[in-house]
Design a protein around this ligand. Structure first.
Ligand code: SF4
Length: 339
């Protein structure tokens, strides 16, 4: 069966993606309705415009609709999560039809397929009993009042199987700080994928960690030492480098799931300034003043980063530690000017 025909049948749409092999742009899986696909139960879409209009220039977007994937079609009846004792099921409340097993099987196969194709993150549609990551309505027995304490079944399977891959709901992407931080996690993950593509070795892991120290310091300062310990313990225990690399990324993404603060970014910027010994006193003073203004919220991060990049390029152009810190996401996405 031709690949594209099979993908359509299984609820996958591909934007800007000629094939599913590794490429230089990170691949992002997205709930299809967010990409403007009319796949919702009522035949509508729920387009989140920045994805199609801006993000698609820098990322390959792969749309996935789990409900279409299990053969529900469009339009279709609405389904809901129902909890009986400890089991949560995906049910059509009108006729009691149970879609749980079909969704669990689909989610496992499709998650494996997406990860094998090299996705670096997943944007899920909030509130959906299939795609929502958190606070999804769960009904108890016949009680008409739902409690918002569930996760969509497909999203739950994906995040359980692959906790090292960054995920977010589109509702959070309306906040520039959250969007920038998520994209930085995606690019960090993509770099890890690219470096590990031909297999991990001890020296590759240590190099990756060393080259991302400033990035980690600016986003999740406590994780730096913890990740160093994971590497050291892994090799003390003769663990396979692939296992160590996976543990490393799982722990890193867990730590990075908390939003960073201005002060942490500004602190990391000042560390870079301290590593530029050739910089003249007046230039250093000006740079520190700009960083201080950013810290106080008087200037956007892009202003301080551009000036910092200018001095890095003059004095220390090829140091990947600095590059990974000052360019965690493409400047053209415009988020650095808003945070
Ligand atoms: S929320 Fe998920 S299951 Fe529902 S229409 Fe969107 S992609 Fe399909």
């Amino acid at each position: 069966m031709p690949l594209l025909y099979w993908l359509k049948k299984t609820g996958i749409d591909i934007l800007n993606c000629e094939n599913m092999s590794m490429s230089s742009k990170p691949k992002l899986a997205v709930s299809s309705c967010l990409l403007g696909k009319k796949v919702r139960y009522n035949g509508d879409a729920a387009e989140f415009r920045p994805l199609n209009r801006i993000w698609s220039e820098h990322l390959e977007l792969i749309g996935v609709c789990p409900e279409v994937g299990i053969g529900m079609g469009v339009p279709r009846p609405t389904i809901r999560l129902v909890k009986n004792e400890e089991r949560i099921s995906l049910i059509d409340p009108k006729n009691g039809h149970d879609y749980t097993d079909a969704m669990l099987e689909y989610a496992e196969i499709q998650s494996d397929f997406l990860v094998a194709s090299g996705i670096s993150g997943f944007v899920f549609k909030k509130d959906s009993p299939s795609c929502g990551l958190e606070r999804v309505k769960v009904y108890r027995g016949d009680n008409p009042q739902a409690v918002r304490d569930g996760a969509g079944l497909f999203a739950k399977v994906f995040t359980t199987l692959y906790p090292h891959i960054p995920v977010i709901e589109e509702g959070r992407l309306t906040d520039a700080l959250q969007a920038e931080h998520f994209l930085a996690r995606v690019h960090f993950f993509h770099e890890w994928q690219t470096i590990g593509e031909e297999g991990w070795t001890a020296s590759k892991i240590m190099k990756f960690h060393a080259e991302h120290k400033l990035f980690l310091l600016s986003r999740a300062p406590d994780s730096k030492r913890m990740l160093g310990r994971i590497i050291a313990e892994g090799f003390d225990n003769d663990e396979h480098p692939e296992n160590v690399a996976l543990k490393y990324m799982t722990e890193a993404q867990k730590n990075l799931s908390t939003l960073t603060k201005r002060g942490r970014i500004a602190h990391a910027m000042e560390r870079v300034v301290g590593r530029l010994p050739q910089i003249s006193k007046p230039a250093k003073k000006e740079l520190l003043e700009v960083i201080h203004s950013f810290r106080r919220g008087l200037l956007p991060r892009s202003a301080a980063m551009i000036l910092l990049s200018h001095h890095i390029n003059q004095h220390d152009a090829n140091n990947p530690i600095h590059k990974n810190f000052v360019s965690p996401i493409p400047m053209e996405i415009g988020l650095m000017a808003k945070v």
